[in-house]
Design a protein around this ligand. Structure first.
Ligand SMILES: Cc1ncc(COP(=O)(O)O)c(C=O)c1O
Length: 369
C-alpha cells in the first residue's frame, strides 16, 4: 500500500498526471537547490531550450516556464494576448474551451464565441466569419485537444486563418504537447500552452507558454499586465536573464528537464505519436470487441483520450472502483458527459501488455452487472 492508502503501483489511465518513468522520478532526488544560483539558471535554460527544440523551433518560439498547473499557463497566455478595449474570440466545444470563456469573464474581457457540440470539431469557416464580423477581435483562443471528449480540433486550419489577420492565436495544447497531430510546429500559433505532467511524462507543478516570434512576442510586450503572478512579459524578461520572478518548484523542474531528455532520447515527437497511436488502437479495438461505443468519430479522435459510453446498467463509480481494485484508474466523463460516459487515457509511462491486461480486466468487470 502507498502512504495514501491505495495500491502502490496504480496504472493511471486518467489524462494526467500520468505514470512517469523511474528515471524521471529519480530526478526529484537530486538534492536541494537555491533558485537564485547559477545551477538553477542552467536548469531553467535547459528546460526552456528543450521545449522549443522538441516541440516547435528556437527560430519560431521562445519558452516561459512557470510553477503552476496547466490552467495557470492558459490564463497567463489569454491575459497577455488582448489589449484594452479589444476582444477575445473563444472557441468552445468542451469544458476547457468553456474554461477559457470563464477566465475572460473573470477579467471583464469582451468575448465572442464560436460554440460547437462537444463531440464535433470547431468549423474553421466560423472562425473566418467571426473575425470578419468583429474587427475588434485581438485574440482567438481555443483548445487543440479537448480532453473532455478526446477530440482534436483543426488548429492548423484555424492557425492559417488567424495568421492572415492582426489577431493572435492562443492554443491550449495542455493535453496535446508531444503526441497529437499535427505537430505543433505546423500550427501558426502565437501562444501555445502546455504542462509537464501529461504527454511529456513529467510531474505536476510546472507549466509553460511557447511565445511565437512573429506576432506573439510583440503582443505580449504591448499588453498591459493584468495579474501579479501570471505576468507573462515579466516572466519572459526574468527568464531571458536566467532568473525567475517567484520561487519555482525546483525539484519538479529537475524531473521535467529529465522528462524532456527522455522524450528526445526515445525519438521525440514522431516516436511518441507512433507509440500513443499503437496504444489507442489497442484500447479501441478492445472496446469494439466488448461492444463499447466511442463518443468521437474516427477522423477527429486524439491519440491519447478515448471517451466511452457506459453500458446500460453500469454506474461509473462502481466501474471505477472495481477497476481500481485491479490496479487501474479510469476517469469520469466531464460535465454534461458525466452521466453517460467515462474516459480511458493512454498517456505516460505505459506498456502495451499493460493495456491488454486492462482490456481483459474491463471485460471481466463488465460481467459483474
Ligand atoms: C485541454 C486542457 N486544458 C487545460 C487543462 C487544465 O490543466 P490543469 O488541471 O493542469 O490546470 C487540462 C487538464 O486536464 C486540459 O486537458
Amino acid at each position: 500500500m502507498s502512504p495514501a492508502g491505495g495500491p502502490a503501483e496504480l496504472v493511471l489511465l486518467n489524462p494526467g498526471p500520468a505514470n512517469t518513468s523511474e528515471r524521471v522520478r529519480r530526478a526529484l532526488d537530486r538534492g536541494d537547490m537555491c533558485h537564485r544560483e547559477p545551477e538553477f539558471s542552467r536548469l531553467l535554460e535547459s528546460i526552456r531550450a528543450g521545449l522549443v527544440e522538441t516541440l516547435v523551433s528556437p527560430h519560431s518560439h521562445e519558452a516561459v516556464v512557470i510553477t503552476g498547473s496547466g490552467t495557470a499557463a492558459v490564463e497567463m497566455a489569454v491575459l497577455s494576448s488582448v489589449r484594452p478595449g479589444r476582444a477575445v474570440l473563444v472557441l468552445e466545444n468542451g469544458a476547457y474551451g468553456e474554461r477559457i470563456g470563464r477566465m475572460c469573464a473573470a477579467q471583464g474581457l469582451k468575448t465572442y464565441q464560436v460554440v460547437e457540440e462537444w463531440a464535433r470539431p470547431i468549423d474553421p469557416a466560423r472562425v473566418t466569419d467571426a473575425l470578419a464580423a468583429h474587427p475588434d477581435i485581438d485574440a482567438v483562443a481555443g483548445v487543440m485537444h479537448e480532453t473532455t471528449s478526446g477530440l482534436v480540433n483543426p488548429m492548423e486550419e484555424i492557425g492559417a486563418i488567424v495568421a492572415a489577420t492582426d489577431a493572435v492565436l492562443v492554443v491550449d495544447a495542455i493535453s496535446a504537447t508531444g503526441h497529437e497531430t499535427p505537430e505543433l510546429a505546423r500550427i501558426q500559433a502565437d501562444l501555445v500552452c502546455g504542462t509537464a505532467n501529461k504527454g511529456l511524462h513529467g510531474l505536476p507543478g510546472a507549466a509553460f507558454v511557447l511565445i511565437g516570434r512573429s506576432k506573439g512576442l510583440s503582443r505580449v510586450e504591448r499588453t498591459p499586465v493584468r495579474s501579479g503572478y501570471l505576468d507573462l512579459a515579466g516572466h519572459l524578461r526574468a527568464q531571458r536573464g536566467g532568473e525567475v520572478l517567484y520561487t519555482p518548484a525546483v525539484q519538479v523542474y529537475q524531473a521535467f528537464d529529465e522528462a524532456i531528455r527522455e522524450f528526445r532520447e526515445l525519438g521525440g515527437y514522431r516516436a511518441r505519436v507512433a507509440d500513443y497511436r499503437a496504444r489507442a488502437a489497442l484500447l479501441r479495438s478492445g472496446f469494439a470487441r466488448l461492444g463499447l461505443e466511442i463518443l468521437v468519430a474516427p477522423p477527429h479522435r486524439s491519440n491519447s483520450v478515448t471517451t466511452v459510453r457506459l453500458p446500460a446498467g453500469v454506474a461509473y463509480r462502481a466501474l471505477h472502483d472495481e477497476l481500481k481494485e485491479r490496479g487501474f484508474v479510469v476517469y469520469a466523463g466531464q460535465g454534461r458527459l458525466s452521466g453517460d460516459y467515462f474516459r480511458v487515457c493512454n498517456m505516460g509511462e505505459l506498456a502495451l501488455p499493460t493495456l491488454s491486461r486492462f482490456v481483459s480486466e474491463l471485460e471481466e468487470v463488465l460481467t459483474l452487472w
